[in-house]
Design a protein around this ligand. Sequence first.
Ligand SMILES: [Zn+2]
Length: 367
Amino acid sequence: MPDKPALVKCLVWDLDNTLWQGTLLEDPNVQLSSEIRDVITTLDSRGILQSIASKNDYDLAWQRLEDLGIAEYFVLPRIGWGRKSDSVTAIADKLIFALSAIAFIDDMPSERAEVTFHAPDIRCYAADQALALPALPEFSPAVVTVDARRRREMYQASFRRDAEKESFTGPDEGFLRSLDLEMHIKRADKEDLSRVEELTLRTSQMNATGVHYSDEDLLSLLADPAHEVLTVTLTDRFGPHGAVGVLLLEYRQAVWHLRLLATSCRVVSFGAGAVIIGWLIDQAAQAGAHLAADFRPTERNRMMDIAYRFAGFTNDQCECLGQLEPMSDHGDIQCLHLVAARQPAPSTMRLISPDLAAGQAPGDQAG
Ligand SMILES: [Zn+2]
C-alpha cells in the first residue's frame, strides 16, 4: 500500500460557485446544497478546520454565511479583493500550520493556478471535487478526538475579530503576466448589447453610477456619431472571461463625457478597471480633450471610486464641464474631472482597442 498522503488540517473554501451555487454580488440569495453542507459538517466533525478565501464584499458574504447557518464552521475567513495565495498562506501562518497541511478548493482554474504559482505545497481541488473530499485519505484522520469541535471554537474565539481587520494588497504583476491576459475593447454592435445590458444590470458593485441603461437606450446611440458604446472582453490562457465591461461615452467639444462605466466583479483582481480607465485617458489626451466621468457613490461601488481617484479624477471645477448636460433625473450624480495626459501601455495585458482619438482630433473639436 502506498504511503498515506499527509492529512489536511485546514480546508480553505472559495465561495462563489464553489461553496455556494452562483455569484453573491449578482444574486444575493445564492443557495447552499445539502450535499455541500454535509461535507462541511463531516469535515468539521473530524477536527479538520475550514476557512474561506473569497473575492467578495466581506460584510455581504459573511451575512450570507450566517443566513445559511454555516458561518460558525469557518475560522479566519479572508474575504476581500487581494490575492488568494496571500489569503491562504496568511491563514496557514495564523494557524501555525505548514502549507502542506492546507487544502484549497476553488472553481476557477486561474485562482488555483495563482495559489500554486506562489505556494506550490498547498493542495488545490476543483469545485466539482467537493463532494468527494470526505472519502479522500488526506481528509480521513484515523483517530478523531472528541474535542475536535471545541478546538475549532477555540481558534475562532481568538482569530475571528482579527480577520476583519486584515487589509489586502493589489494584484501581483508577475502573476498577471503569467496569465497571458488579452483585453479587447470594441465598438458595440447589436449582438453585443444583450450582454451589455446584463452587465449594467448586474454589476452594481462596479457600476460607476448605478444607472441602468436598457439595450433600447444603448441601441439608439449606436448610430449617433456623438456617442460611443464600447464593450470589453477579456481572455487568458485558460480561456475567455466573456464580456467584462461596458462604456458609454459622449463627445463634447473640449471634453469627453464618460456617462457609464461598468465592469464585472469577476475581473477586479486582474486590474481590468484601471486598464480601461488608463486607455480612455490616453485616447482623450491624444485628441486634446478633457475627461468627465459620472459617478454616484453607493455602498457597493467603492472600488470604482478608488479606481477613478487613483487615475487622477477629482471633483475640481473646469470650464469644460459647462458643456455637459445636467443629469436632472439623477440629481445625486457627481461629475468627476481630469485633464488627460498620455498614459503608458498596460504592463500586465495585451490591449486591442479602437482609435477613438483619430475621429476626434483637436482640429475637429476647435470652437
Ligand atoms: Zn476640463
